[in-house]
Write a protein that binds this ligand. Structure first.
Ligand SMILES: C[S@@+](CC[C@H](N)C(=O)[O-])C[C@H]1O[C@@H](n2cnc3c(N)ncnc32)[C@H](O)[C@@H]1O
Length: 289
């Protein structure tokens, strides 16, 4: 059986006149070139189900017509890419990273802030914000007054993602109470407040976070270096050359001795290893310049 026939067999009930193997390949090529996300043939049904509502709303009768639309219309292409991102995340995911940050990284950063220095953290690929808020709560710590003191210093967390719908949720900073369960009690009590049937992130913590729409493959407008970068469970969607280019860019954006955290199934490889040394599972430290 040829590839097109196999594709059609895998799409029961979907007319090849509406969505064909060529349409799928065109979409996956656009998403790869723009956002680095690899969509193998096994994702053909997922692409169909995520894009079908956009195809309908755009007034296009077929995926082929929609492909032509997203080639020319930047906004519609951005919508299609957002729809094809995977935004799964949760509070305190991979808790050992927050424990490492608390024990190995935070003390020096707090000391610097207390002596008038500045501290910059980046949650890159933050999705709907759970990672960012977990990091922020860990930074401010379990003592409310001390945490408010930290928040008043020159400290910022940049939280970025390509998916605007996920960022909207992150910015709203309100989550079902259940979702906060993985966060240690001492942090949750200080940095969240009950809000109806949900929980809102405390204003002091919200005040130090800036959310930005940012494609990690595009230009980065940030000028300064970061003391800490979290980029977890983002590179799993990229191929090796894209990952290696990205971690080399992260290495360039880290201050000397800065720390990079990657997801549990991710590793730093390639030229970035000239500048980054592993200091624990999926934790890397920028070598002194
Ligand atoms: C699975 S979530 C990970 C969220 C969080 N970092 C965590 O570990 O729980 C992956 C996120 O990466 C974002 N993403 C994928 N490709 C991206 C790109 N090229 N630029 C920026 N963000 C991207 C997606 O929109 C998604 O929100």
């Amino acid at each position: 059986m040829n590839i097109t026939a196999a594709f059609n067999d895998a799409m029961p009930g979907i007319s090849p006149g509406v969505y064909s193997a060529e349409d799928f390949r065109a979409v996956s090529d656009i998403v790869y070139r723009q956002a680095g996300i690899v969509l193998p043939e096994g994702k053909a049904m997922l692409v169909y189900s995520r894009l079908a509502p956009l195809v309908r709303n755009s007034g296009c009768a077929t995926f082929g017509a929609y492909v032509l639309r997203i080639r020319e219309d930047d906004q519609e292409r951005q919508k299609a890419i957002c729809a094809l991102t995977t935004n799964h995340t949760f509070f305190y995911r991979e808790a050992h990273h927050f424990e490492h940050f608390r024990d190995e990284v935070r003390p020096a950063l707090v000391h610097r802030l207390e002596h008038g220095g500045k501290v910059r953290l980046w949650s890159a690929g933050c999705s709907s914000g759970e990672e960012t808020w977990s990091l922020g709560m860990t930074l401010l710590g379990p003592d409310r007054q001390a945490g408010i003191g930290i928040a008043r210093r020159d400290v910022r967390i940049l939280a970025s993602d390509i998916a605007t719908h996920a960022l909207a949720k992150a910015t709203a900073a309100r989550y079902p109470t259940e979702d906060l369960k993985p966060v240690p009690d001492a942090l949750r009590r200080q940095w969240t407040v009950p809000d109806g049937d949900a929980c809102a992130i405390a204003t002091e913590l919200r005040g130090i976070v800036r959310f930005r729409t940012l494609n990690l493959l595009g230009e980065w407008p940030m000028k300064g270096r970061f003391d800490v970068i979290f980029c977890r469970n983002v590179m799993i969607y990229f191929d090796n050359p894209t990952k290696e280019r990205l971690v080399a860019r992260f290495a360039g954006m880290l201050a000397p001795e800065g720390t990079l955290y990657v997801g549990h199934s991710e590793r730093v490889t390639g030229p970035a290893l000239d500048h980054l040394a592993p200091t624990g599972p999926t934790v890397y430290r920028r070598k002194a310049a």
